[in-house]
Design a protein around this ligand. Structure first.
Ligand code: EPU
Length: 428
């Protein structure tokens, strides 16, 4: 077992480089299945979710070669199955993108129901609604979804909820369908635009990604090229908060400031100074955090994937703040862990009321999911004394080299190994 040990209280200063976007990478890697050729993908983050997705493709027959630490060459020509292995896909939410990609290539797909972060019900009804509209049938047996079509044909699809996953899956299934598909009430996240740019650069015809209406004209064939993934909006946001929470001064490189606007706006409201440059931003904390109300929304609103991190920051604010989670039903599980450190937070359904405190106290805590784990790291960085965080596998799913990156800007953080149970026989 591994845990992070953080001796908090250091002010973070210096420079940090942001990695490629997790949520773009986990969509683009399965999208290479549709290309049925050799693709070179650059700026891939070195994180567990990416390794798992690449492994799933390899198990299906693809050849994946690491050209350097952030560049993969993926040859999907040898894939000859539309079935994704249960053991590999079950722990990863993004494995549901295999449904759209395999359906688009083979007109059939069989994939286990997805896992991933657990914060309430995570239905895929809108993904299935989209596949049906394109002419596919689906059924569930043995915990797997089977989707098949004689021929996929473009259609008008109105998504009842703004869903990143459903938008991506329908795009994937529609790229090679016959005729024109229109997705209305589509999600607008930067990773959706990135996926559309990737597919278009391979020969697809997708227009409107980044707006709520995406139009896709089906094409017969795609061809392999090189593509570079966008920087990670949420990793950048997390380092912005790390700087603010320690009253630090850090410049983040390899970012798209436009993607960070909602986070920048809220941090500015809290008294943090942010200077934007072409592909970097400088964050300067004042040491005082002003109270602030935050509501999560689909893009371009404040991202739900920054909600736990901003909660940690608000714990140190000068008053009472209200945090409203409007995307997920149950994304406040981590609050109990922050309370173990002395945070004053009360949760009622999708609303958390946070009373700022002078300081938190170190305590052993557990990461309940990826962003919850990031929130605990942030709280620990601003807490004098030694905080230990367990279940860090959640964090390593989505943050590349977090120990090295935080250490390089002055944090005292280490990854240590510890025995799960004391083994007397071994000890004797
Ligand atoms: N929803 C439905 N029906 C569906 C699909 C979604 O009702 O068929 C609902 C969900 O229950 C939720 C809302 O729609 O209330 C939004 O869900 P969405 O489909 O947008 O989420 P997702 O695609 O499963 C992605 C990210 C999440 C991020 C959400 C929202 C990936 C791999 N995951 O999930 O990222 O929270 O969008 O922005 O892209 C993370 O990175 O930590 C993470 C959890």
């Amino acid at each position: 077992m591994e845990k992070f040990v953080i001796n908090g209280g250091n002010r973070l200063t210096g420079d940090v480089t942001i990695s490629g976007a997790k949520n773009a990478a986990v969509a683009i890697i399965p999208a290479t299945i549709l290309v049925d050729d050799v693709c070179v993908i650059e700026n891939i983050p070195n994180i567990d979710d990416v390794a798992r997705m690449a492994h799933i493709l390899e198990e299906m027959g693809a050849k994946v070669r690491l050209i350097n630490k952030s560049t993969f060459e993926i040859d999907t020509r040898p894939i000859n199955t539309y079935i994704a292995n249960y053991d590999s896909v079950r722990r990863m939410r993004a494995s549901c993108y295999l449904l759209g990609a395999l359906l688009g290539r083979f007109s059939s797909a069989e994939v286990s129901l997805p896992g991933g972060c657990n914060f309430g019900v995570r239905p895929i009804d809108q993904h299935l609604k989209g596949f049906s509209a394109l002419g596919a049938e689906y059924f569930l047996t043995g915990g797997s979804i089977h989707v098949k079509a004689d021929e996929l044909t473009g259609n008008h699809i109105y998504l009842d909820v703004v869903s990143v996953g459903a938008t991506i899956n329908v795009m994937l299934a529609a790229v090679k369908a016959k005729g024109k598909t229109v997705i209305e009430n589509a999600a607008r996240e930067p990773h959706i635009v990135d996926l559309a740019n990737f597919l278009n650069s391979m020969g697809a015809n997708i227009m409107g990604a980044g707006t709520d209406v995406i139009k896709i004209r089906g094409v017969e064939k795609l061809r392999g090229r090189s593509y570079s993934i966008i920087p990670d909006q949420i990793e950048a946001g997390t380092y912005m908060v790390a700087t603010a929470i320690t009253g630090g001064d850090v410049t983040l490189h390899n970012v798209i400031p436009k993607h960070l606007e909602s986070i920048t706006a809220k941090l500015t409201e809290m008294g943090v100074e942010i200077r934007e440059y072409d592909d970097s931003i400088r964050v300067i904390g004042s040491g005082v955090i002003k109270k602030c109300n935050v509501k999560t929304m689909p893009h371009p609103g404040f991202p739900t994937d920054m909600q736990p991190q901003i909660c940690s920051l608000l714990c140190f604010s000068d008053g009472t703040s209200i945090l409203n989670e409007s995307v997920w039903d149950n994304r406040f599980k981590y609050v109990d862990e922050l309370k173990r450190m002395g945070a004053q937070i009360s949760v009622d359904g999708k609303i958390a009321v946070i009373e700022g405190v002078e300081e938190l106290k170190p305590a052993p805590v557990k990461a309940t999911d990826l962003r919850a784990g990031a929130a605990l790291i942030l709280a620990a960085l601003a807490t004098n004394g030694r905080t230990e965080i367990e279940d860090i596998h959640h964090i390593e799913r989505g943050y590349e080299n977090i120990v090295e990156k935080l250490s390089s800007i002055g944090a005292d953080i280490k990854k240590v190994y510890f025995p799960e149970e004391f083994n007397f026989t071994k000890a004797l």
